[in-house]
Design a protein. Structure first.
Lengths: 528, 377
């Protein structure tokens, strides 16, 4: 997030898109809902009529996979009505003319034909967004999990810059992180192309500094494979071994049949986890680790706030800390890794991570600090880009609408989109151990509109087979006002009816994120 | 020009225009008791406990809704205030099933009071929040005695129809904090005041069970309830006299990073509350997963020993054996194939410290940049 969570409540206009906030980030959704109680405007732009629509001034419904079109449409209206922030554009950005040229053709009429969003609604949102003193954009996986995910995000950044809403309280482009420490895992260099703090692996100076610091030679200058590519390479036999820590890709990956073949094809698979999962079952070695309540350390939240994690209970049996296990392997491979405790590791992190340099466990004992925090006297950075962007001037990207990789046809006439429900978390490894959560959300379902139910000639709660070009699952129909005709939703938590057997593994070419949010399916009664 | 200063109990205090007496007092750590006020919400003004005396005014006023004026002189514990407060506490104790033995005490010694309660415990259905009840605290503080007064009758049945929250209307003092928490803090709008006068009740939807209402079990109501009307379905009740300590940490579910207090008894998490109301990012709020979804920590299904696949079956092994095997295999593949034949998936679930070492290991030891995690999934 460029801004803080608390900041959301101070926005004049909040635009939420591709986020089922009340179920996936419930506490953050309260900040949005409280803003509406104070008379602030809320617009929800989402293929599903999720609960936040009840609090919104308006819900705009785009066809799944048409985000660039409606964002360009908003910008078309803003420019045409001369509502863009000329001063901000002049002083803080470049390439505006290219953007202007591209969005020229995205008239409200044209956008309506692509997205289904009524032109009056588009115009209203454009005017409100541009005229607001501060407007915030919040988005989640509904924006990113597309073959054009990167372009979707760039388009939102365009929109925010056009309104001059970056670098100030109540504004910003705010991705909501879905897991407790996605932000931290990225910050720490848990990515194939960067070391900590996004320092590129192909930069010779940075690499040679780290070689000295880590006392090693020959760090690889070549960016590595992203997760989805690793599975493809394993499938083809180029990747021989994998070490998977605290993840269950056998439920969370797209096109699970493909993922299973990939993992089976490895010579050697090591999985480190707190529970047996569909992924540990395939492993040659399983290593038991600590959960959050047994650890000391830090997590970094969605608003870049580095916060303490504290040990509250002892871990079971012979389980070990994740870092201890890694040290054990490294040392046995001839590279001595030895730390007294996780605090010592944190101190090492701050030495080579410019954005964390000024953060100490003492400083964040009571309240976390937002990175970048370059020195111990620096107070942290709640709002990014206040005077300039990372690259200097903000670059407008002129982007055209790209349709989803898979289209509906006679054989697969429905669009499937996936996500989570309130009561479960990701692959359910943790939440499904709480009986009460299972009672409130016991099983997979196929969320469908009443119109589609009627079209199918089926009753609510009928067991159905759901097919895509890649697989089949069986689950219960559940009619819901959240669903719109032609689009169904299936949560991906449930191993017994794993939605990811159906999803499409097509990737965004830059971010390599799979298109979980759109694929074509068919539905038939299970008895037939 | 006159300054924005008032006097509370002889302390001169600055205030912002529009600020209430209660808010000024709370900011300055002056304890004006209240059972209904909830910070950051519009006062319900139902409990009449926060009454204070203002110099020159014949009537006592509620400090939660009275705004400060320049030169105002306030007494929060004057004899007149204490008398009124005692009366209102007594009225509340008499209003429901407040059988916490506070009614019968005739000692001002807390230890003998506790001993007496211990003696009584088990003889009848003692209130589950005994020792953690704001009404009980106030009754003790102001030495309110209701001995001989019958327990209030309640026309509404206890509700236990959901897995997390028990609603005991017989102990509800109708302060409305839960309604404020639901409608103004979490804004889930699941509960409200229903019926009138003697039938007044906190209802969900048109008086259905929480399970059949719009309730999403965030438990904010539970956390703000000053008495035993809303209690978690498990925890504490059987173990209220056991040694408990709290540990503040960060929630391990979504990316909001809520700050929470884990209540620990005998190496077990028994309850989770949101941390301080002034502490970002969550200001004491939690969701259903954060508050109630902690059973996994103590699950019998936790992995406790390393496993190695032998003849197609995973069998338990020692750490030495497991780590040695992993090190050998990784070394062999690195040398016989090439470093890029190895791949590591680190995790968005583990700490920064764990993640840092995972990437350091991948790059410095395996000598590949094939490291990623589930950010995209």
């Amino acid at each position: 997030m460029t801004n803080t969570i608390a900041d959301v409540e101070t926005s004049d206009v909040i635009l939420v898109t591709g986020s089922n906030t009340t179920e996936n980030h419930p506490v953050l959704s309260s900040f949005i809902k409280r803003a509406t109680l104070k008379g602030k405007k809320l617009y929800l732009i989402d293929p599903r009529r999720v609960t936040l629509a009840d609090h919104a001034d308006k819900w705009l419904r785009p066809l799944p996979g048409t985000d660039i079109a409606w964002i360009n449409g908003l910008m078309h209206v803003i420019i045409k009505e001369n509502l863009h922030d000329k001063n901000f554009i002049e002083t803080r950005t470049e390439n505006f003319n290219a953007l202007k040229k591209t969005v020229e053709k995205y008239s409200p009429d044209y956008v309506e034909t692509i997205t289904g969003i009524k032109k009056e609604d588009l115009i209203e949102v454009a005017r409100q967004f541009a005229n607001a003193p501060a407007a915030s954009i919040l988005y989640c996986m509904g924006i990113t999990q597309h073959i054009c995910g990167t372009d979707n995000v760039k388009s939102l950044a365009n929109l925010s810059m056009l309104g001059g809403h970056l670098g100030k309280p109540g504004g910003g482009v705010n991705p909501l992180r879905g897991q407790n420490n996605v932000q931290g895992a990225c910050d720490m260099g848990g990515l194939p192309n960067v070391f900590t703090a996004y320092q590129p692996v192909n930069n010779n100076d940075i690499r040679s500094n780290l070689e000295q610091f880590w006392k090693v030679k020959d760090l690889s200058p070549t960016p590595g494979l992203v997760a989805t590519e690793m599975f493809n390479k394993a499938h083809d036999g180029d990747l021989k071994a994998m070490f998977i820590i605290g993840e269950n890709p056998m439920i969370s990956d797209p096109d699970l049949n493909h993922a299973k073949k990939a993992l089976s094809n490895l010579d050697f698979l090591v999985v480190q986890d707190i529970f047996e999962t569909e992924t540990t079952q395939m492993a040659d070695v399983v290593l038991p680790s600590f959960c959050f309540a047994e650890k000391n350390g830090t997590f970094t939240n969605s608003e870049r706030r580095v916060q303490r994690v504290r040990k509250a209970v002892e871990a079971p049996g012979e389980a070990r800390r994740d870092w201890e296990i890694i040290c054990g392997i490294a040392t046995r491979m001839g590279y001595e890794m030895n730390y007294e405790n996780s605090h010592e590791i944190f101190k090492e992190i701050t030495e080579i991570t410019p954005s964390y340099k000024g953060i100490t466990w003492e400083r964040i004992d009571k309240i976390g600090i937002h990175w970048p925090c370059p020195s111990e006297t620096h107070q942290g950075t709640p709002i990014l880009h206040t005077t300039q962007f990372t690259r200097g001037k903000g670059l407008f990207h002129a982007i055209e609408h790209t349709p989803p990789a898979e289209q509906t046809d006679e054989k697969y006439p429905y669009i499937l989109t996936t996500g989570r429900v309130l009561y479960h978390y990701h692959t359910g490894t943790m939440t499904m151990k709480t009986e009460g959560l299972n009672q409130l959300s016991p099983e997979c379902f196929v969320e469908i509109s009443d119109k589609d139910l009627e079209k199918l000639g089926l009753d609510d709660n009928t067991m159905v087979n759901v097919f895509s070009r890649r697989g089949k699952i069986t689950a219960k129909l559940k009619v819901s006002t959240k669903a719109v005709e032609g689009t169904v939703f299936i949560p991906f938590h449930f191993a017994k009816a794993a939605a990811n057997k159906l999803t499409n593994g097509q990737l965004d070419p830059t971010a390599k994120i799979p298109e979980f949010k759109v694929c074509a399916i068919n539905i038939e009664p299970a008895s037939a | 020009m006159e300054k924005n200063i008032i006097t509370i109990n002889e302390n001169l205090l600055a205030f912002e225009p529009g600020e209430t007496i209660l808010s000024i007092a709370q900011r300055n750590k002056i304890d004006i008791p209240t059972l209904c006020h909830l910070k950051n919400t519009i006062p319900t003004n139902t409990c009449k406990i926060c009454l204070v005396e203002i110099k020159g005014k014949p009537e006592l006023v509620e400090s939660c809704k009275t705004e400060a004026c320049i030169g105002m002189v306030v007494f929060s514990e004057s004899p007149k205030v204490v008398k009124a407060r005692k009366k209102n506490i007594g009225r509340m104790l008499a209003s429901g099933n407040h059988n916490c033995a506070i009614r019968d005490f005739d000692t001002d010694d807390w230890t003998s009071f506790q001993l007496k309660v211990l003696e009584d415990d088990g003889k009848e259905d003692l209130c589950p929040v005994w020792g953690d009840c704001e009404l009980q605290d106030l009754a003790y503080r102001y030495q309110v005695k209701t001995k001989g007064m019958p327990l209030g009758e309640c026309q509404y049945e206890k509700e236990q129809a959901n897995p997390f929250i028990i609603r005991d209307f017989s102990r509800c003092i109708l302060c409305g904090r839960c309604v404020k928490a639901c409608c103004e803090i979490q804004v889930n709008n699941a509960i409200q005041f229903g019926y009138k006068d003697k039938d007044l009740k906190i209802i969900a939807k048109d008086d259905v069970t929480l399970k059949d209402s719009d309730c999403v079990f965030c438990g904010e109501c539970l956390q703000v309830c000053p008495v035993g009307a809303l209690i978690p379905d498990k925890a504490f009740r059987d173990d209220r006299f056991k040694d408990t300590h709290t540990v503040r940490t960060t929630c391990s579910f979504c990316g909001v990073g809520c700050q929470m207090d884990l209540f620990i008894q005998d190496n077990q998490i028994v309850k989770i509350d949101g941390a301080d109301i002034d502490l970002p990012p969550n200001n004491a709020s939690l969701c259903v997963k954060g508050r109630f979804g902690f059973d996994f920590v103590h699950s019998k299904e936790r992995l406790t020993r390393p496993l190695i696949k032998k003849d197609g079956k995973q069998v338990e092994a020692s750490w030495d054996e497991a780590l040695e095997l992993v090190a050998q295999k990784f070394t062999a593949i690195k040398e016989e194939s090439r470093p890029d034949a190895l791949g590591v998936l680190t995790s968005a679930r583990i700490t920064n410290e764990d993640n840092y070492l995972a990437q350091k290991f991948t790059r410095a030891v395996l000598k590949t940049n094939n490291i990623d995690h589930c950010a995209r999934l």
